[in-house]
Design a protein around this ligand. Structure first.
Ligand code: S3P
Length: 445
């Protein structure tokens, strides 16, 4: 599919349910509900390309679920009620599904094979395999340290050894995998990560009756989990807030187009996710957070955005983790801003759905943007975006960012492979159109 977007629109409107439910919370809600004792009901579940493999995995583990629109019901029968899958589980493009599932299977002691798309099979799994092995989990990866992952299973009733694990990178997927494995341990699992990554696992498990503690010690985020005995988790009754990583595309779109004003209701404003909003505000962005409150243990609220003149900025350090998915759209904001922006300490971006530093620099250069790639980030001088034809490289966030760039380019921008935006934001082009953007979608066979 090729989508062409035309510059010159102003964006106006109020969005709530049009924005998908948060992807990270959706993944966790589906999986953790399967571990609960009883029926969970989760509304505003993100039904998308990356959450479908998680639902299919529940089926493979013989956990009953139904989806009615965006309302997911899951009948949990506890960790010990999961069944060993009789075939390899395909995690599609979803690293969150693969890594979190590995933790649950490790805790349950079930034999399984976890597979994925060619893209997922290039992503590093040693970061979960090594600590899981340290806990006594019989698990192996490919010789390159990637999926497929093979778990051999353990004798019924045997427990894992709780460990104090020190992570080299701040990653919520790795931390969550190990915390979930901790549910199958004797004693308290402790995890130190270099900085605070998103903490949805900690908040949700706590709401289900598991003791999880976090504190920052000497700059490190130290998390500990002690499984209740007996392991009985309370079912979830949850309304998932809107995804701030999906809202990010619309927030930047409204900021950089003249005469725009956008209201987005009830999105997740967990501080481990608001790095981009803070950076955009520092760049001069008129973004107001309203009605901030806690819902289901997660900070949420409304966002009002108005067109603004932005200036360049630098992003580095702990803030990188709090906006780890937002760098493609940050680059578009930086391209619209006056002056230079610099991103460093962000080498993790090379290990995402694509090598996000390399493909971002390549495609933005095609659009005449002055961007220079660095090992751990990029520098970019704003002020010029030309039209042209670019490629999404199968990366949903790159596809949506390039479309937003087409709102301020000198001529239209066509994005090849734009269908991948449905991985995390089905209907993205329709939402942009509803707000006032002009797009043409060309379906190719
Ligand atoms: C996620 C964590 C992040 C993020 C991903 C979702 C999660 O990955 O990039 O989109 O739900 O835990 P890492 O843990 O690899 O940084």
């Amino acid at each position: 599919m090729k989508t062409t977007i035309y510059p010159g629109a102003s964006l106006h409107g109020t969005l709530e349910r049009e924005l998908p439910g948060d992807k990270s919370i959706s993944h966790r809600a589906a999986l953790f509900a399967a571990l609960a004792d009883g029926q969970s009901e989760i509304s505003h579940f993100q039904v998308s390309g990356v959450t479908r493999p998680m639902l299919q995995a529940l089926t493979a583990l013989k956990v009953p679920w139904t989806l009615d629109g965006d309302i997911l019901s899951v009948t949990g029968r506890g960790l010990s009620g999961l069944h060993a899958p009789s075939f390899p589980i395909d995690c599609g493009n979803s690293a969150t599904t693969l890594r979190l599932l590995a933790g649950v299977l490790a805790a349950a002691g079930l034999p399984a094979v976890l597979e994925g798309s060619p893209g997922l099979k290039r992503r590093p799994m040693g970061r979960i395999v090594t600590p899981l092995q340290q806990m006594g989990v019989p698990i192996s990866a490919s010789p390159e340290g990637c999926a497929p992952l093979r778990l051999a299973g353990r004798p019924a009733g045997s427990r894992l050894q709780a460990q104090h694990l020190i992570l080299a990178v701040a990653s919520a997927q790795v931390k969550s995998c190990l915390l979930l494995a901790g549910l199958g341990c004797e004693g308290t699992t402790c995890i130190d990560e270099p900085g605070p990554s998103r903490d949805h696992t900690e908040r949700m498990l706590q709401s289900m009756g598991v003791t999880v503690r976090s504190e920052v010690r000497e700059g490190k985020n130290c998390v500990s989990l002690c499984p209740p005995s007996p392991l009985k988790l309370t079912p979830l009754h949850l309304n998932i807030p809107g995804d701030p990583s999906a809202a990010a595309f619309l927030i930047v779109a409204a900021l950089i187009t003249e005469g725009s004003e956008l209201h987005i209701q009830n999105i997740c404003l967990n501080p481990t996710r608001t790095g981009l909003i803070e950076v955009l505000q520092e760049m001069g962005g008129d973004i107001q957070l309203l009605n901030e409150h806690l819902e289901g243990g997660e900070p949420c609220g409304n966002v009002r955005v108005r067109s603004s003149r932005l200036h360049g900025t630098s992003v580095s350090g702990e803030r990188v983790v709090r906006m780890i998915d937002e760098f493609p759209i940050f680059a578009v904001a930086a391209a619209a801003a006056e002056g230079e922006s610099v991103v460093s300490d962000a080498a993790e971006l090379r290990l995402k759905e694509s090598d996000r530093i390399s493909v971002l620099a390549k495609e933005l250069r095609t659009l005449g943007v002055d961007i220079v790639e660095q090992a751990d980030g990029f520098s970019l001088r704003g002020g010029k975006v030309q039209g042209g034809s670019v490629d999404a490289h199968g990366d949903h966030r790159l596809a949506m960012s390039l479309l937003v760039a087409g709102l301020i380019s000198a001529a239209p921008i066509s994005v090849r492979g734009s269908e991948c935006s449905a991985e995390s934001f089905p209907g993205f082009a329709d939402v942009l159109q509803t707000l006032g953007a002009k797009l043409d979608v060309e379906r190719t066979l």
